[in-house]
Ligand binder design. Structure first.
Ligand code: AMP
Ligand code: ZN
Length: 112
């Protein structure tokens, strides 16, 4: 999608701090980290949010969670939080599906 920030990052048109990449997804450090470790994992295909996940594209989401398990394991992160905001009221600011992975500090519940 031509005017999507994360599509541009995936295409290399906007620089990012890459954590991981494969055929289906891309992971990079958040530009405004909210924890000592804070990276985003996004599908390479443009999917606007969890609201647009279907039976057809859901395997990409499963793959992303397998990648999150692999990356956090490699990083030695035993405790972390995975967050996806859906819609502006929930805090979504980039409308390309992404999963925040946050770790390295105490976290509160419920989230704000
Ligand atoms: P959300 O608000 O849940 O849609 O998350 C979007 C995230 O993208 C925020 O945590 C931003 O800090 C992050 N972000 C925005 N622009 C960039 C960028 N150029 N590189 C890395 N992360 C970014
Ligand atoms: Zn996109």
């Amino acid at each position: 999608m031509s005017d999507c920030l994360f599509c541009k990052i995936i295409a290399g048109e906007i620089p990012s701090s890459k954590v991981y990449e494969d055929d289906l997804c891309y992971a990079f450090n958040d530009i405004d980290p909210q924890a000592p470790t804070h990276f985003l994992v996004v599908p390479k295909a443009h999917i606007p949010s969890v609201s647009a996940v279907t039976e057809e594209n859901a395997p990409i989401v499963g793959h992303i969670f397998a990648v999150i398990a692999k990356l956090t394991g490699e990083l030695g992160l035993e405790s972390y939080r995975v967050v996806s905001n859906i819609g502006a009221q929930a805090g979504q600011s980039v409308f390309h599906l992404h999963f925040h992975v946050l770790s390295g500090r105490d976290m509160t519940w419920p989230p704000g």
